[in-house]
Design a protein around this ligand. Structure first.
Ligand SMILES: Cc1cc2nc3c(=O)[nH]c(=O)nc-3n(C[C@H](O)[C@H](O)[C@H](O)COP(=O)(O)O)c2cc1C
Length: 331
């Protein structure tokens, strides 16, 4: 795969999002205009032992390409063997997670723990790069507590990664505070490999500002895509200087939500799918008039048809509410 060519065609990337970016969501984002998509992180041990959850996380279909599987682990030998096994699934790339701040992951010397152990981080990269015939990329944070992203990115490029994604926060920040895009700017100026900017892109305007400020080669969007796959076509259009598609109407949102739910039902079975849809639903419907009043009814929809009917109730109530407000303002 030619990394630069893919980014030139479509610089938008769907972030790896544990518990969110499954095959169904990735396909939905692709249809909505996303370029490169990433699986949620899978553990190298889970891959080696072919754990059922891990194997489910790495399933993908052709329409998701280009797709990278994201791998994490703290042991270079295990990471290389896991990478070799993943290569048999023929993804377009492997992405190494050096940014996860979750305690359970750090405890094993993986994820962002590697930000303070560059020799081990680069050893992992070298072994993985040698083990597979695929582009290997890395996703990093700025550092553990302090920013030393340039040093990290230079070491990674030297060890053989073909692309680096910079989430412009330190490990200590977790998801709080504001992402500092100057960090992305400095990394872009320092390395020759493509740099993907990540952190706090919530709109097409944000994406354009990030590209302008940092010169990054791609934009990775995480939370901004939750309940909002439309962001990809909006960002793509804005970056290409084309008219930005307007925000979807309530009807379009409901249609997409139901499509999403139908695919989930087909994939996971109705009971599991309806449970998994709850978090998506809360994101799709945030800000909708009267949502709080109908929230409990909606999240407790226990079948696809119940969800469809409940959505209609919400939409009609919202329309009546809007009509009432308009009549009031006409008086
Ligand atoms: C629910 C959730 C799950 C995440 N899972 C992963 C993951 O599996 N691998 C990873 O590298 N980053 C993960 N992240 C971090 C995101 O990929 C991204 O770096 C971060 O959310 C900042 O980007 P954003 O502001 O566009 O959301 C996760 C973030 C969230 C909110």
């Amino acid at each position: 795969m030619n990394v630069r060519q893919h980014l030139a065609e479509n610089p938008t990337c769907l972030a790896p999002l544990a518990g969110w970016s499954d095959s169904i969501f990735r396909r939905l984002c692709k249809r909505a205009g996303a370029g490169w998509v990433f699986t949620e992180m899978v553990s190298s041990d889970g891959v080696l032992h072919r754990q059922s959850k891990t194997m489910e996380f790495i399933e993908f279909c052709e329409s998701e390409r280009p797709i990278s599987i994201q791998l994490y682990g703290g042991n270079s030998e295990v990471m290389a063997r896991a990478a070799e096994m993943l290569a048999f699934h023929r993804p377009d790339g492997l992405d190494l997670n050096f940014g996860c701040p979750v305690k359970k992951v750090i405890k094993t010397g993986a994820g962002s723990a590697l930000l303070r152990d560059l020799p081990r981080m680069t050893e992992i990269v070298r072994r993985v790069v040698a083990a597979v015939d695929l582009p290997v990329s890395a996703k990093i944070r700025a550092g553990w507590e302090e920013d030393h992203a340039v040093e990290i990115a230079l070491a990674l490029a030297d060890a053989g990664v073909q692309m680096v994604t910079v989430h412009a926060r330190t490990q200590a920040m977790k998801f709080s505070g504001k992402a500092d895009w100057c960090i992305i700017q400095r990394v872009k100026a320092a390395v020759r490999i493509p740099v993907i900017g990540n952190g706090d892109v919530r709109s097409a305007v944000d994406a354009e500002q990030m590209v302008r400020q940092t010169g990054c080669d791609g934009i990775m969007i995480g939370r901004g895509s939750q309940g909002n796959p439309w962001i990809f076509s909006q960002v793509r259009a804005r970056l290409a200087g084309l008219p930005v598609p307007s925000e979807p109407t309530a009807e379009e949102v409901d249609r997409t939500l139901l499509e999403h739910a139908a695919e989930m039902v087909e994939h996971y079975g109705e009971k599991r799918a309806m449970y998994m849809m709850r978090k998506h639903l809360l994101c799709y419907l945030r800000g909708r008039p009267l949502f709080n009043r109908y929230r409990s009814m909606l999240v407790n929809s226990n079948s696809w048809t119940a969800l469809r009917d409940n959505l209609l109730v919400l939409r009609l109530a919202g329309q009546r509410f809007d009509d009432m407000l308009n009549t009031e303002s006409d008086r």
